[in-house]
Design a protein around this ligand. Sequence first.
Ligand code: 16G
Ligand code: ZN
Length: 536
Amino acid sequence: MSFDQQILEASKKHPRPARIFAYGTAGFRMKADLLPSVVFRVGLLAAARSRKMNGQSIGVMITASHNPPEDNGVKLVDPYGDMLEATWEPHATAFANAKTDEELVEEFNKLHTSLKINSSAPARVIYARDTRASGPTLVDCLVDALTATNTEYTDYKLLTTPQLHYLVRCTNTKGTQYEYGDVSETGYYEKLSTAFKQAMKNAKSKGTITVDCANGVGGPKLRELVKYLPSQAEGGVDIKVVNEDVHKPDNLNSQCGADFVKTQQRAPPSSKAAPGDRCASLDGDADRIVYYFIDEDSNFRLLDGDRIATLAAAFLGELGEKSGLASKLSIGVVQTAYANGASTKFITENLKLPIQCTPTGVKYLHHAAQRFDIGVYFEANGHGTVLFSPLALKTIATHEPQSPSQADALATLTAATELINQTVGDALSDLLLVEVILAHKAWDPANWLSTYTDYPNRLVRVEVGNRNVFKTEDAERRLTEPKHAQARIDELVGKYTKGRSFARASGTEDAVRVYAEAATRAEADDLAQKVAGIVK
Ligand code: 16G
Ligand code: ZN
């Protein structure tokens, strides 16, 4: 069957702006007015991908995460709820860059021929969007592509990115032995709340957690989730939702949210938190979370993705021991070069767990985490989750506890496997996980922070003529090009106590990022500036 005519007609409605597009670490992301043709073409690719995958549903998420309100973006979700397989990214780029409607049809057909895709096979897509004003228009572009390719589709309207990932996995595993949950937004809340209640059985939460939702889709979704959760008095947790105004689009990610807190190293100016109050911030599509509090000396103290990783790895390790499973389950942690050296040292020396370092970008961390029985991965910016291998799940499910305390630990571990989103980093799921762990340990955020002391560090953004000349190796920790740059960085780093520094081209902005650590704040700043001088 040929869709040539239908695609040609529909494509005419979505002319391509003169610009080069690239499917990057977070799909396509840019000013929303440049996106109609891109979203239309991504819709064509989603249809092809679904046909290639025997009619399994592919997810399309329209969001620009922590970017400003005028931006938007689009990314694809593969049948099992993970990100689009990397070998398909160039196809997305090729579709987006086809110069004319005719060329686009040609690309579409070329892909079907080269990958032997049967265009008469069924195609299914499910999609959702965040709260941006441009969302509905972009959804129309997507629907035009799905209609032109005779694709069945379901519109889930407003969702967090991880909720869509959840739904993709549920849709495609329904009725199989790998069933993941009920195929509905309610099913998501029910799955999380049931697991949360189970995980809280032997623990007691203290105080209130205040959650800044970046004025994004996380706000209404967290409010909904809270309806399913017991309060602290009922054995659950008290959650206070702030920055949840999704009606004034300009407020999105403005002076609040996980990215603001992490990059500015301060609480949102609107925060009314008193010293010691437990706070968290989500990003605009609720796939990142960071914690923080103000200490007794009024200093802002951040508990970022590295801290969540160490907390989760330590807790799961303890549960493994207490339930008698330690020898049967290997736990590993996956980080990027941005992870603070003190967290790496703590994981290796105190937790005695293996670490793998990967390049920046969720897809790399996710794949690396799949190699462990229990793989904990978090980027310092707060995106992450814990993956349990099929074997780990089976081992946990079939384990016979030898004592009541083993049984308790096993029940909590089992609940954790249900509570943690297995498809992608999920701020709502991670929030509940951290709350469960803090409750079990009877810790406040200061106790959590005291497990180790971060090395002073500094991140700088360097504007360069052409960032594409920067090539790296060793999980982005070393530059191979430009020539001699790494040797100069090494020489500099050697002059600082506990010095560490690397430079890499950003995947999302036209710039190079330089990260530096050293024994003191002043030395870290100095080292970062000097390395920036080398790459400039
Ligand atoms: C993207 C990545 C994020 C990464 C960031 C780095 C995904 C879904 N998102 O947002 O993981 O931390 O890029 O940005 O992979 P940079 O390349 O500009 O430093
Ligand atoms: Zn995000």
